[in-house]
Design a protein around this ligand. Structure first.
Ligand code: ADP
Ligand code: MG
Length: 695
């Protein structure tokens, strides 16, 4: 096999390809667009399109597609062939600048929250030249943004790009005041991705996995994750082969897949890339999730990206590592050797502290989903309470500034390994706090509340916009200040006074924290239905409108889409449960009843001098559970009928959470108990052991 350095990015229309294939002036102007977000001229687009087509055709492409990210949270694509009729019944291959820049997919069937009535189906996709085009499965993929005829945003990409633009403007104002000659600031993201791999044949026998991505039934297996023997454990051959294949395909697409390892739960794994510019990291995370699934299929496996595929073992999350850096290569969250004297760092840090406290509700919304509800606060992921971990050193510095004292110079400790031959390792400025939802990890923040299936766009739109808002306020003050240095310190001091409640360095999984957070007045929006409506709170609408991210109508419609999505997800789960319970579990259980009662009857008829006490009790228990199963099925059926009474989407979502979800849980309890007593031969689908231990 060729060396990685040879094939890395071979399917990407990247700068090397551009430089080789585009006239100098065109390349220069395209590069300017990519670096500074300037508008792309039609003449330039024409030449670029033609070069792109030639390159893609050489790579075996026959089609092109505008690849976009509608509000479904996954990507969408519609493919058009390059062909056009030529002379003598032949064809020619065409791809114009116009086709590169703008596409018009039928937008009617994407969720829009009433923004675009179905009869007005027009939606446009426009090329995002800052994200490279690539070839995959015989098509040239053009990363695009998606909006309606009237200009309303219909996707996750457009607001993300807007939020990156607006944070750039405000951060530059601040940097200018610090005397820096920087012309562009970008946010960077590295998204660590967790996933499960299971056997495809087993998967096919489970309707719940097929339709909802998670198991809706399943008794606890004899072995779960209690031995901690899977985390960082050596890789099974099948898994290792899969990961190798996955890395190769990701590298070909220019995705910097870096780390792979086994995770805590059996059959659970993680992939982490090297970070990149936020919009590209977002595209790459979407592609990574897609390839994870496709490549699993080739290996006789299925990749589960659901946040909670199995009850009783850890679910999967996604860590959004976030920072902000300049086009001069400086990471603005790098504290440097002496953080206490690094006023620029302390100011940006303060901006993030205030932003996270002021918009904690929005951050919570950005990670809300039916799937993620199973994880947050369940001792496997951070609680639903947003707080920040800064570590002792930074907290000490900020507290000293708040009190007007001088912070002690910090002595960096060395890690004592106890083995003289090992090199001395410098301790990180911050120790790891794995329980914090939003942790400072040395030179970036790690937002850890995201679920594994979610697009990272939402979280980053919120982060960028909230921080923009604060930076703008700071810049307004600082530009007017007589004594700049003094004003910076004053801002840091005020931020600490008002917002230190958001800082928590302790154990976020503890009961005490829940109580303490409530005393501090921090929100604990436990479920998606509690969290989602806050998206459209007045202060949040103001925020988005002020920075040109969403209009009020767009915020309200997005809120509706999310609530509707939640209700639909639970509805599909409930219907799937009913189907499995009625058509698979109940018939199997009745069949087993027959066997047990038949045996009992035979023995009773023989009237031998044997005890049938236990056997009778067993039969009775089985029968009672069967009866109970039937009644729980009825309950769920009836509750689902009641959902028809709700018009308002928020009320409907609430009803699903409060009643449908509860009825699903009680049905599951009975079915899972039956699984533990019904013979294995009679159980209708693979069990947790089959699913978790047979890769
Ligand atoms: P963890 O200890 O949480 O498992 P990893 O080392 O696996 O951490 O992942 C850390 C992630 O943070 C990687 O994706 C890495 O590229 C990313 N990262 C590092 N520096 C930055 C930065 N400046 N901005 C954004 N992400 C970053
Ligand atoms: Mg992490």
């Amino acid at each position: 096999m060729a060396a990685v350095t040879e094939f890395f990015g071979c399917n990407v229309f990247n700068e090397t390809v551009m430089q080789a294939r585009l006239p100098k002036s065109i390349f220069k102007s395209l590069k300017k667009t990519m670096a500074e977000g300037t508008e792309l001229q039609p003449e330039v687009a024409e030449v670029v399109a033609s070069a792109m087509k030639d390159w893609a055709v050489e790579k075996g492409a026959t089609h092109y597609t505008h690849w976009f990210q509608p509000m479904t949270g996954i990507t969408a694509e519609k493919h058009d062939a390059f062909i056009a009729p030529g002379v003598d019944g032949k064809i020619i291959l065409e791809f114009s600048g116009k086709e590169l820049i703008k596409g018009e997919p039928d937008a009617s069937s994407f969720p829009s929250g009433g923004l675009r009535a179905t009869f007005e189906a027009r939606g446009y996709t426009t090329w995002d030249p800052t994200s490279y085009a690539f070839v995959k499965d015989g098509s040239l993929y053009i990363p695009t943004a998606f909006c309606s005829y009237g200009g309303e945003v219909l996707d996750k990409k457009t607001p993300l790009l807007r939020s990156m633009e607006t944070i750039n403007v405000q951060a530059l104002r601040i940097l200018k005041l610090f005397g820096r000659s920087v012309t562009r600031v970008t946010t960077t993201v590295g998204a660590e991705q967790e996933y499960f791999l299971i056997n495809k044949e087993m998967y096919k026998k489970r309707k719940d996995l097929l339709l909802t991505g998670r198991t809706l039934f399943g008794a606890k297996p004899a072995k779960g994750q209690e031995l901690d023997d899977h985390y960082f454990g050596n890789l099974k051959q099948k898994v290792s082969d899969y990961m190798k294949d996955l890395d190769t395909e990701l590298w070909k697409l220019g995705i910097l897949s870096k780390t792979k390892h086994n995770e805590v739960a059996p059959a659970q794994h993680e992939l982490a890339p090297i970070f990149g510019t936020t919009n590209i990291a977002t595209d790459h995370n979407q592609l990574t999730m897609e390839l994870m699934k496709k490549i699993a299929d080739k290996h006789g496996l299925v990749c589960l990206l659901h946040e909670k595929p199995f009850a009783g073992v850890n679910g999967s999350g996604k860590h959004n590592n976030w920072s902000i850096s300049t086009n001069t290569g400086e990471n603005l969250l790098e504290p440097g050797k002496s953080p206490k004297d690094n006023k620029q760092f302390l100011l940006f840090l303060s901006a993030i502290i205030k932003a996270v406290d002021d918009y904690a509700d929005l951050l919570r919304v950005s990670v809300a989903s039916a799937g993620n509800d199973h994880r947050l606060g369940a001792n496997e992921a951070p609680p639903a309470i947003v707080s920040m971990f800064l570590g002792d050193e930074l907290t000490h510095i900020l507290e000293a500034i708040e009190k007007g004292e001088t912070a002690l110079a910090t002595v960096k400790a060395f890690l004592e390994t106890g083995v003289a031959a090992l090199p001395k390792l410098r301790k990180d400025t911050t120790d790891r706090n794995r329980t914090s939802p939003f942790a400072f990890t040395g030179n970036k923040f790690e937002f850890r509340m995201l679920g594994s299936a979610v697009s990272i766009a939402g979280a980053n739109i919120v982060l960028n916009t909230a921080i923009t808002e604060v930076l703008q306020g700071f810049a307004d003050r600082l530009e007017k200040a007589d004594d700049f240095e003094k004003e910076v310190l004053e801002i840091v001091k005020e931020t600490m006074k008002k917002h230190k409640r958001i800082i928590f360095n302790g154990n976020n999984y503890s009961e005490e924290w829940v109580a303490e957070a409530s005393r501090r007045g921090l929100n604990n929006l436990k479920t998606s239905v509690e969290a989602l409506p806050t998206f459209a709170a007045e202060k949040n609408i103001t925020l988005f409108e002020k920075h040109g991210i969403f209009s009020k109508t767009e915020v309200i419609s997005r809120c509706e889409i999310m609530l509707e999505g939640y209700a639909k997800a639970i509805n599909i789960e409930a219907l799937t449960m009913l189907e499995m319970a009625k058509k698979e579990i109940l018939p199997a259980v009745l069949k087993y009843n027959k066997e047990v009662f038949k045996t009992l009857k035979v023995k009773q008829e023989l009237a031998l001098n044997i005890s049938l006490e236990k056997e009778q009790a067993y039969a009775i228990k089985l029968s009672n559970l069967t009866e109970s199963l039937m009644s729980k099925i009825d309950d769920l059926d009836n509750i689902l009928l009641e959902t028809k009474n709700y018009e308002d989407v928020e009320d409907l979502a609430k009803f699903f959470r409060e009643y449908v979800f509860g009825a699903m849980q009680t049905l599951r309890v009975v079915a899972d108990e039956l699984e533990t007593i019904v013979s294995a031969a009679n159980w209708p689908f693979p069990t947790y052991v089959d699913l978790l231990f047979y890769v």
